[in-house]
Design a protein around this ligand. Structure first.
Ligand code: HEC
Length: 133
């Protein structure tokens, strides 16, 4: 085998491992979302009437991106506005989710249902969780 072919094979292998890992992470996020969040926010992220705000197409996600990990871990009990609509039911926290799991859920939400938000890293989530209000 000549060197060029070896290099090409190496890159193809690296690429396939990389994409397999990425899709596993996305699938873990999807599974965790469906298990922990979908009963309220729905599997398609549209929320429920005037009680549960949507996550699909929600302006809130970009506006408060520095608080999403805190919301997931500690819940939120506030009056908030999502896409121009007011919500004021409380959401309980999910204390059992690890930082990695929270990262994977956020990354799933950021890319699901046509959402196009940038990925968040475990380091960013860990930092965020140190500074929850
Ligand atoms: C028991 C129902 C319930 C569950 C389960 C739940 N939420 Fe919520 N969520 C709410 C409610 C109600 C609000 C609005 C809270 C407020 O008005 O203070 C909310 C608000 C949010 C918000 C901010 C508003 C928005 O629409 O962007 C995010 C983000 C969010 N939830 C993500 C999640 C994630 C991720 C999970 C799973 C780990 C989850 N929620 C599980 C009920 C729920």
């Amino acid at each position: 085998m000549n060197a060029k072919i070896k290099v090409i094979i190496f890159f193809l292998l690296a690429l396939s491992i990389w994409s397999a890992c990425n899709s596993n992470i996305y699938q873990q996020g999807e599974w965790l979302y469906n298990t922990n969040c979908a009963n309220c926010h729905m599997e398609d992220g549209t929320g429920l009437g005037t009680n549960i705000p949507p996550l699909a197409g929600a302006d809130y996600l970009a506006l408060y991106k520095n608080q999403l990990a805190c919301i997931i871990r500690y819940g939120i009990k506030d009056t908030i506005i999502v896409n121009g609509k007011t919500y004021s039911q409380a959401m309980a926290g999910h204390a059992k989710l690890t930082e990695t799991e929270i990262t994977n859920i956020i990354n799933y939400i950021h890319q699901a249902w046509g959402n196009e938000l940038p990925p968040i890293s475990l380091v960013e989530v860990t930092e965020q969780l140190k500074n929850c209000k």
